[in-house]
Design a protein around this ligand. Structure first.
Ligand SMILES: [Fe+2]
Ligand SMILES: [Fe+2]
Length: 270
């Protein structure tokens, strides 16, 4: 029987290990007011691959580190607890999507969209760059759940994009990846504003659309343009004319700058 409710899909997400133990431990540590950076470092040190990926990510193109930082403890002291939690969630959930979906490097897409969303949020009033980073890293996080349980899903996702994909998912699976991921984030105790940004990341843009979702839409579109071609002047023009870019009054020079930044090597897998 076709599963149509979010609860069924969320059980499948749990079985797939989409919210790993390290992520739930980190959320618990940060929600305890008595916790310190040392407690968070202790959680990550049990997972050397996550630790290595976090260090690579912060030394990559989306962070303005004054100098390379190689020790996890130094990274977390520099970023503070809130950003340290985002990094753990981004790497343990977002970047692992690279491992889950054979042949489709969603993890790189996730981390690049997170990085781009952070850059876009820096010049966008009312959107916190840290929120944008996390929402960007997690926005397509539910896709592996569909991919794993629905044999035709990968072909559907390769063929349809954006709103078309969301409609096709609702029709074939009873729920779309944005709504499912949003529900999962709420279950996992992630801030509701992040869940809203994720839920609305394919919504048509109007003056009422969640601003965080609009930022993620622009970042998603830039990364998608980068994957399908070397962006030309025409492609930049198309990106500037997107309703989401128009809503944020994004200029062509800004898109060029973000494309240059995002084309720097993003090394999170390995
Ligand atoms: Fe999406
Ligand atoms: Fe995406």
């Amino acid at each position: 029987m076709r599963p149509t409710d979010i609860q069924t899909w969320s059980t499948r997400a749990t079985r797939l290990g989409l919210f790993p133990a390290i992520a739930s431990h980190a959320v618990a540590v940060v929600s305890n007011p008595d916790s310190s950076v040392t407690d968070l470092v202790r959680v990550v040190h049990r997972h050397p691959a996550v630790s290595m990926r976090i260090v690579r990510l912060v030394n990559g193109p989306f962070y303005d580190m004054p100098r390379p930082i190689h020790r996890l403890n130094d990274v977390f002291v520099y970023t503070g607890m809130a950003e340290a939690l985002r990094l753990i969630l981004a790497v343990s959930i977002g970047a692992q999507l690279w491992d889950t979906l054979t042949g489709r490097r969603i993890g790189y897409h996730a981390v690049r969209v997170g990085g781009l969303a952070r850059l876009i949020a820096r010049r966008t009033a009312g959107v916190d760059p840290g929120d944008a980073f996390l929402a960007g890293c997690l926005h397509d996080g539910a896709m592996p759940v569909f991919s794993e349980s629905h044999p035709a899903y990968d072909a559907m996702a390769a063929e349809c994009h954006g709103e078309r994909l969301v409609r096709a998912e609702r029709e074939a699976l009873g729920v779309d990846h944005a709504a499912l991921m949003s529900a999962l984030l709420l279950q996992w105790g992630i801030a509701p504003r992040i869940a809203t940004g994720v839920r609305c990341h394919h919504d048509p843009v109007t003056s009422a659309t969640d601003p965080l979702a609009v930022v993620v839409q622009v970042a998603d579109a830039i990364d998608t343009a980068m994957q399908s071609q070397t962006p030309t002047q025409d492609a930049v023009g198309q990106l500037v004319n997107l309703p989401a870019s128009q809503a944020l009054e994004i200029r062509g020079e800004e898109i060029h700058h973000w494309l240059d930044t995002a084309s720097g090597k993003v090394r999170v897998a390995g």
